[in-house]
Design a protein around this ligand. Structure first.
Ligand SMILES: C[S@@+](CC[C@H](N)C(=O)[O-])C[C@H]1O[C@@H](n2cnc3c(N)ncnc32)[C@H](O)[C@@H]1O
Ligand code: SF4
Length: 454
């Protein structure tokens, strides 16, 4: 990867888990009533054909990892579990009332925070409560994020008995110096134990999250982490670029200095090296930041062009409507987005008043829907087209001029009314999507909103 390309394209840019991206939501024309109507429309159109996805945010963690960009609350008081579960079930009951008939659940994901902070009994209450008034789609997929240090056999068995078959564990890096810098000491034995247990119980997909670009991390550390990972051969690997966003309120990115982070060139090299090692071990690159074995459903989804991307990241099922429950969760009806309040106190208060605890959102206009489709095509399939009239929009000629620049740099190729990202261009997929992001181009942010693309 040439240094000049890295310098040219290393800018602040979205990761496109949605379009429009959250900072560009039109908050003024959003209303809770508008959100509810958009969800009802999606439900009527898709419930029986595609089903719904559910994301449940479980925000608590016992200790703070200082690299973490997720929404979490640090506590050792496990009394918080029961009221939180009750509140999530209350939120679900408000949605059930709104939808009017039984939702068909295609996908359910527990994220955090640390879902395994909760006891197996509480997780059982939560999932049984959610499923009591729902139906399951054929080939439904339930998954959760487990912390290797606190995922027990009882957690894994309880969730398995409820239908969970996929778990992803946060690994990040195995080097002790890095683990100390990010306040997350987690020996290989813990990851091995949690991975082996999941397999023994019958989970069909075990994922590991690995990060490159962490403080003090070198190429040799990445290689060492991958070699240890290869000893366990997880079915999926999320190979995330460390997102340094210390200006976002409430996240704990401290304990190291910006100068402790690898330079953009060194960081890119870590990715390139990691990719080579993963591919040599039999993994296939999926979209941005992900690798999977050919036996995993994510690989099959890529092959069948059914890969989808939403706030949960990449998913194997193309379910357009997703309800997010719990603090800070984002829901997506395809026609609109809505985000829940972030504070637990506010969340409980609104639910006691029987109010769906949404505080902001966006209703998509026709232009947003078209751009969203192009960005999804690029993020999931590394290509997009405008042969289909429905994908043509007024500003397309200007976007094509921008894409020419990427073509000159060898990052994409034109083929009649289609662009295909080259192997070299995959590393710059966020930049290529930015060429389609009309909202970003119309209003350039005054302060940095997004992490750097490299
Ligand atoms: C919300 S965490 C949940 C997993 C669980 N709490 C744990 O730590 O094992 C999901 C994943 O997000 C990734 N992540 C969190 N903060 C990040 C950041 N600033 N940059 C890149 N990836 C990040 C980590 O790889 C982490 O495993
Ligand atoms: S990485 Fe996981 S355990 Fe650590 S603070 Fe973030 S959510 Fe909590």
């Amino acid at each position: 990867m040439s240094q000049s390309l890295i310098q040219k394209y290393n800018v602040a840019g979205p990761r496109y888990t949605s379009y429009p991206t959250v900072p560009y939501w039109d908050l003024e024309s959003f209303s809770l009533e508008g959100w509810k109507a958009s969800l009802q429309r999606a439900f009527q159109e898709r419930n029986t054909t595609e089903g719904l996805s559910l994301y449940i945010h479980l925000p608590f963690c016992e200790s703070l990892c200082t690299f973490c960009g997720c929404h979490k609350r640090i506590t050792k008081r496990h009394e918080v579990e029961s009221p939180y579960i009750k509140a999530v079930l209350k939120e679900w009951s408000l949605y059930l009332k709104l939808l009017g008939s039984k939702p068909v659940i295609k996908e359910l994901h527990l994220g955090g925070g640390t879902p395994t902070f909760f006891s197996p009994e509480h997780l059982n209450d939560l999932i049984s409560g959610i499923l009591a008034d729902a139906e399951l789609a054929e080939n439904y997929e339930f998954s959760f994020e487990g912390h290797p240090n606190n995922t027990t056999e009882a957690h894994l068995t309880t969730l398995y008995n409820l239908g969970f078959r996929r778990v992803s564990y946060g690994v990040q890096d195995y080097n002790l110096r890095i683990q100390k810098a990010i306040n997350r000491v987690q020996p290989f034995e813990n990851v091995k134990r949690a991975t082996d247990l999941a397999r023994k119980i019958g989970y069909t997909s075990v994922g590991h999250d690995i990060i490159f670009g962490l403080p003090f991390q070198t190429e040799a550390d990445v290689i060492e982490t991958i070699n240890k990972t290869k000893a366990l051969m997880p079915d999926r690997i999320a190979f995330y670029s460390y997102a340094h966003v210390p200006w976002i309120k409430g996240n704990g990115q401290r304990g190291f200095k910006t100068s402790d982070l690898p330079t953009p060139d060194a960081k890119r090299l870590q990715y390139e090296t990691g990719k080579q090692y993963f591919e040599a071990a039999g993994y296939v690159e999926i979209g941005m930041d992900h690798f999977a074995l050919k036996s995993d459903s994510l690989y099959k989804a890529m092959e069948q062009h059914t890969l989808h991307r939403n706030f949960m990241g990449y998913t194997a099922s193309k379910t357009k409507a997703m309800i997010g429950l719990g603090v800070s969760s984002i829901s997506d009806s395809w026609y609109g987005f809505a985000q829940n309040v972030k504070s637990n106190e506010e969340y409980y208060k609104l639910l006691t008043q029987d109010i769906i605890p949404v505080f902001k959102g966006h209703i998509l206009i026709t232009e947003d829907l078209i751009i969203r489709k192009h960005i999804l095509n690029l993020m999931c399939n590394f290509e997009t087209q405008w042969e289909d009239e429905a994908l043509v929009f007024k500003e397309l000629p200007e976007v094509l001029i921008k894409l020419k620049e990427f073509e000159l740099d060898g990052l994409l190729q034109f083929e009649s009314k289609k662009v295909i990202v080259t192997e070299k261009g995959k590393a710059f997929i966020r930049n290529i999507c930015m060429a389609f992001d009309l909202l970003l181009q119309r209003t350039k942010p005054e302060t940095q909103l997004f992490s750097m693309t490299i």
